[in-house]
Design a protein around this ligand. Structure first.
Ligand code: SAM
Length: 222
């Protein structure tokens, strides 16, 4: 019961455009779905800020895999680092079309690619972010449109594995991946096992208390 009330309040807050615009400092021109970001997006936003301010790391080429209906992370990165070349990719054409409209409304130049994971990606990047679908299918109570936003197989890990299997081929030397996951759905142990399985080194974990999502900063283990 408490969980349901919490989710209701959270969804209400996240559907309010004036709050979204305040947090992300982006104008919302049009939406496909009412909710435009989640708890993991917020930790990814914090990670982009941290690497800009504290680590002073410059990412020339940045790919946001699974950018969603607003390409909210790509737009945000372009806003705080106009010199970064930003590519935002998603499997759904409707999301990319809507995201492009929003980026134009914010005067932000972003490349958009429709792709099933890395299928149509040709370049290499200094930074790749991914806020994957990680909700196990057992949580799915009815058919929904755009179900790849949330659901990823019986354990919730299919998209993470699919992504990590190829991601190294699209990273520049010393490139980083910010992988965001909500530990409410995927136990940390399971997540770390997958990261190890595909030969990545865990550099850092970024949190945003009391948010249950984390961002694991990973790189090629070679
Ligand atoms: C949890 S949402 C994240 C949206 C946005 N990046 C954010 O942080 O708020 C996951 C996104 O991944 C996309 N996605 C799922 N499977 C994909 C795939 N195989 N290839 C590309 N994008 C995918 C979904 O369409 C969705 O937009």
């Amino acid at each position: 019961m408490i969980g349901r009330i919490y989710k209701y309040i959270l969804d209400y807050i996240r559907s309010k455009d004036f709050l979204t615009q305040k947090i992300w400092k982006l104008k919302i021109e049009k939406k496909v779905l009412p909710i435009t970001y989640d708890l993991t997006s917020l930790v990814l936003k914090k990670s982009l800020d941290l690497y800009k301010k504290k680590q002073k790391k410059v990412f020339n080429n940045y790919l946001d895999m699974g950018c969603g209906q607003l390409a909210i992370l790509g737009q945000y990165k372009k806003k705080i680092d106009p010199k970064t070349n930003v590519t935002s990719a998603d499997i759904y054409h409707d999301f990319l079309e809507n995201a492009q409209l929003n980026a134009e409304a914010n005067n932000l130049k972003i490349e958009f690619i429709q792709t099933d994971m890395f299928k149509n990606i040709k370049d290499k990047y200094d930074l790749i972010t991914f806020n994957p679908p990680y909700v196990p299918l057992s949580y799915k109570k009815k058919d929904i449109e755009y179900d790849k936003i949330s659901f990823a197989g019986s354990e919730g890990t299919d998209a993470i594995s699919f992504f990590l299997k190829s991601a190294k081929n699209y990273l520049n030397k010393d490139g980083l991946i910010f992988l965001g996951v909500n530990l409410f759905y995927i136990p940390k142990k399971v997540l770390f096992e997958i990261i190890d399985l595909y030969g990545f080194k865990k550099n850092e974990i970024i949190k945003k208390f009391p948010n249950k999502s984390i961002v694991v900063v990973i790189s090629d283990n070679q």
